[in-house]
Design a protein around this ligand. Structure first.
Ligand code: NAD
Length: 306
């Protein structure tokens, strides 16, 4: 089997001046893609700004014989990030929404600013870049988008109410973009990484930090963006050279009334609670239609019962 290459492709990687984004940018460039290295150069809390982070990665790519340009805009102005790709390379094929910051506080101590800033960077930033790239992808009949979620979003994590909400918001955004893009060969998937970076340096034990190299996740992201990869609308968790798919499952549930004229009472809910929560025969749900269809099937049981 030939190597998977990205020659002729243009990849935009946001937050590519450090950590995971840097690893993605270096890998895409080493496989032939022209890369826009976007980075606002902020602190991990989102303060300040600097062109250094993006410049360093662009230099690194060029030293290795690759092609890259820097962009220093905030992802909140996503259209400017995409414009850099068009101005320099005339097109864009791949968009990795990776830029991110943390503002951890317990729920009660969280300020409006902590909440808003996290949603601006993670959710609005990914929305703006994706919205700007989508019409270009549609016209050329090809596009690959990655959204970056987190185990904190999927499963929750103490002190990260703002970040968890934003990261799960990106799962919803990705699922919808995947559906809107499918017929134009625009695929959108979610990566759920765990990597040693400045976001995790004071959280992870040192030996684990060293093992969780971002370079071990980059090939998973790159494969998802290859033209030969048909994955769309999926959530892929990856760390330390491991990757696995996450999905949303629903229990078979329980009918809370025996005839069409019955009411649902709180007591009936209590009595059926074990059945409602029994995941032993749970089904994977991948669309609102599938969910409604399964509901209609369950309601069939009520027909003819008066
Ligand atoms: P990092 O801090 O090393 O890199 C993030 C980069 O994004 C920084 O260089 C920063 O300057 C840039 N950035 C921040 N706000 C920006 C903005 N508004 N516009 C443009 N650039 C901006 O962090 P990382 O660990 O590599 O994280 C990358 C992504 O992965 C983030 O979305 C993060 O939430 C997510 N993530 C990371 C982990 C992990 O274990 N490291 C786990 C789950 C999710």
């Amino acid at each position: 089997m030939p190597d998977l290459r990205f020659d002729g492709r243009v990849a935009v990687v946001t937050g590519a001046g450090a950590g995971l984004g840097r690893a993605y940018a270096l890998l895409f460039a080493s496989r032939g893609a022209k890369v826009v290295v976007n980075d606002l150069g902020v602190s991990r809390h989102g303060d300040g700004s600097s062109s250094n982070a993006a410049d360093k990665v662009v230099e690194e790519i060029r030293r290795n014989g690759g092609t890259a340009v820097a962009n220093y805009d905030s992802v909140v102005e996503g259209e400017k990030v995409i414009k850099t790709a068009l101005d320099n390379f005339g097109k864009v094929d791949i968009l990795i929404n990776n830029a991110g910051i943390l503002r951890d506080k317990s729920l009660v101590k969280m300020t409006d600013q902590d909440w808003d800033l996290i949603h601006q960077v993670h959710v609005k930033g990914s929305f703006k870049t994706s919205q700007a790239a989508f019409p270009i992808f549609k016209k050329q009949g090809y596009g690959r988008i990655i959204m970056t979620s987190s185990v904190a979003g999927l499963y929750g994590n103490f002190g990260q109410a703002n970040y968890s909400a934003a990261k799960m918001g990106l799962v919803g955004l990705s699922h919808t973009v995947a559906k809107e893009g499918a017929k134009y060969n625009i695929h959108c998937n979610v990566i759920v990484p765990t990597a040693g970076s400045r976001l995790t340096e004071d959280i992870l034990p040192p030996d684990l930090f060293a093992e969780l190299r971002p370079e071990l996740i980059a090939p998973v992201v790159a494969f998802l963006c290859h033209e030969s990869c048909q994955e769309n609308g999926s959530i892929i968790e990856s760390a330390a050279g491991w990757a696995g798919k996450c999905a949303i499952f629903r229990s078979n549930g329980a009918l809370l009334r025996s005839t069409v004229v019955d009411d649902v009472t709180v007591e009936k809910v209590r009595d059926k609670w074990d059945q409602i929560c029994d995941l032993s025969n749970a089904k994977r749900m991948t669309s609102a239609q599938e969910s409604t269809g399964a509901l209609m099937e369950a309601l069939e049981g009520l027909k003819n019962k008066v």
